[in-house]
Design a protein around this ligand. Structure first.
Ligand SMILES: Cc1cc2nc3c(=O)[nH]c(=O)nc-3n(C[C@H](O)[C@H](O)[C@H](O)COP(=O)(O)O)c2cc1C
Length: 377
C-alpha cells in the first residue's frame, strides 16, 4: 500500500534535477516549507468511541456544487515537465474522483483542453494572476468562462516571485517542447514598452519569459479597491482569493464580496518565515464569520492532515506537491493513486474518531499540544 512518501521518492528518481528542484523546493531557507509539514504534528486527533459508525460519507458542496470529497487539487504550474500528459492526466484523475481541480495560468496544456476531459460532476476553477497588461488577464477570464470554469482563483500572495534559490542555481527554464499553453504568444503578456524593447533586443526576453518569472509581470500596484471592482466588471464568475493568512484580510474578502478564500502560503514558495498554513487556518475562519467558504492548502501529506484542516474549519483541502509526485511517478494512474490513498486515510481517520460525515468533524476532534484542554471538550 504505497503512501505519499513512496510516490515522492519515485518522483525524484523519475525527474531531472532541475524539474525536481522546481517542484520540491521553496523560497530562501525554506523554513515555511518545512513548517507547513511540521506544524500539523501539534494538532492531535481525539477519538470518540462506540459511535456505531457503519457508513462514512465525505460528500460536500463547493460553491453550491456537489463534490464526493473535500479533497481537491491546487493549481501548480508546468505539469508536463512531470509527465507528458501533464494537466490532462491530473484532470482525468480528478474527473473520476468528482471533486475540484484548480488549473494554473501557467499550465502547459491549454485551459480549453483540460476541462474537456472533465464531467458535470466535477468542478474546474481557473487560477489567475492580474497582469499590468490588463487585456491579457481579461482575455484569459473570458476564455475560462466560455470553457466552463466555475470560479476564478486570484492568487494574491505573488506580487513578485519568491526567491527560489535552487531554481536560480539551476538557471531553471521550462524545457522544450513544453510551453505555457494558455498564452498563444509568449510575448502577449508584455506591456507595450516591453514589447518595443523586445523588438529591439530579439530573443533574450523569450528566454526570460519561459518560466515562473512570468509572475513578475503581475501588477504590483493592485489594491482591494482596484482589483475586485475590475474583476467584477469583466466577469460574473465567483471570485476566490488564494494566499490569505490573516483574520483582517479574510474580513476584507467578505466586505469585497469574494465567494471564498484559500488559506495558503503558496507551499512555502513565496514569503519565507511566514507562519505555517495550518496555523493560520483558525484565524482566517474567524475573520470569514461564515460569510464565505474557507479552503486550505499547504503541507497536506496524509489523510489525517486533511482531517485536521477540516476540523480547524476548512470546507475543502487542496493538494499541491503530492499530485505532482503521483503524476511524475505514473501519470494519470499515479494521480489517481494519490487521491485514493488520501481519501482512504481520511475515511480511516473519520471512522476512528467517530465521525460519519464531514459535519461531524469539528474543533473538538483535535487537541493542540501545549494548550490546556478547553473545558467544553
Ligand atoms: C511546482 C509548483 C507550482 C505551483 N504553481 C502555482 C501556480 O501557478 N499558481 C498558484 O496559485 N500556486 C502555485 N503553486 C502553489 C500551490 O497551488 C499550493 O499553494 C502549494 O503547492 C500547496 O502546498 P503543498 O505543495 O505543500 O501541498 C505551485 C506549487 C508548486 C509546488
Amino acid at each position: 500500500m504505497p503512501v505519499v512518501g513512496d510516490y515522492e521518492r519515485l518522483a525524484q528518481s523519475h525527474l531531472s534535477r532541475a524539474a525536481w528542484d522546481y517542484y520540491a523546493t521553496g523560497s530562501n531557507d525554506m523554513e515555511s516549507l518545512r513548517d507547513n509539514l511540521r506544524a500539523f504534528r501539534k494538532y492531535l486527533l481525539r477519538p470518540r468511541i462506540l459511535k456505531g459508525i457503519s457508513r462514512i460519507s465525505t460528500e460536500t458542496h463547493l460553491l453550491g456544487y456537489r463534490a464526493q470529497s473535500p479533497l481537491c487539487i491546487s493549481p501548480s504550474a508546468m505539469q508536463r515537465m512531470a509527465h507528458p500528459d501533464g494537466e490532462l492526466a491530473t484532470s482525468r484523475a480528478m474527473a473520476q474522483f468528482h471533486s475540484c481541480m484548480v488549473l494554473s495560468t501557467y499550465s502547459t496544456t491549454a485551459l480549453e483542453e483540460v476541462i474537456d476531459q472533465g464531467n458535470p460532476h466535477s468542478s474546474y476553477w481557473f487560477q489567475l494572476y492580474l497582469y499590468q497588461n490588463r487585456p491579457v488577464s481579461a482575455e484569459l477570464i473570458r476564455r475560462a468562462e466560455v470553457a466552463g470554469y466555475r470560479a476564478l482563483v486570484l492568487t494574491v500572495d505573488t506580487p513578485m516571485v519568491g526567491r527560489r534559490l535552487a531554481d536560480a542555481r539551476n538557471h531553471f527554464k521550462l524545457p522544450p517542447p513544453w510551453r505555457l499553453a494558455n498564452f498563444p504568444d509568449d510575448f502577449q503578456i508584455l506591456t507595450a514598452s516591453e514589447r518595443a524593447a523586445r523588438e529591439a533586443n530579439g530573443p533574450q526576453l523569450a528566454d526570460h519569459l519561459s518560466n515562473e518569472s512570468l509572475g513578475n509581470r503581475s501588477d504590483t500596484s493592485l489594491t482591494w479597491q482596484s482589483c475586485l471592482p475590475w474583476l467584477r466588471s469583466v466577469t460574473r464568475l465567483p471570485i476566490i482569493l488564494k494566499g490569505v493568512l490573516t483574520r483582517a484580510d479574510a474580513a476584507l474578502a467578505v466586505q469585497h464580496g469574494c465567494a471564498g478564500v484559500i488559506v495558503s502560503n503558496h507551499g512555502g514558495r513565496q514569503l519565507d518565515g511566514v507562519q505555517a498554513s495550518i496555523d493560520a487556518l483558525a484565524e482566517v475562519v474567524k475573520g470569514a464569520q461564515g460569510q464565505l467558504e474557507v479552503y486550505f492548502d499547504g503541507g497536506v501529506r496524509c489523510g489525517a492532515d486533511v482531517f485536521r484542516a477540516l476540523a480547524l474549519g476548512a470546507r475543502a483541502v487542496f493538494i499541491g506537491r503530492p499530485v505532482l509526485w503521483g503524476l511524475a511517478a505514473n501519470g494519470q494512474k499515479g494521480v489517481e493513486a494519490i487521491l485514493h490513498e488520501l481519501q482512504s486515510e481520511l475515511e480511516d481517520a473519520m471512522r476512528l474518531t467517530g465521525c460519519a460525515t464531514l459535519t461531524d468533524i469539528q474543533a473538538q476532534c483535535l487537541y493542540r499540544t501545549g494548550y490546556p484542554i478547553p473545558s467544553q471538550l
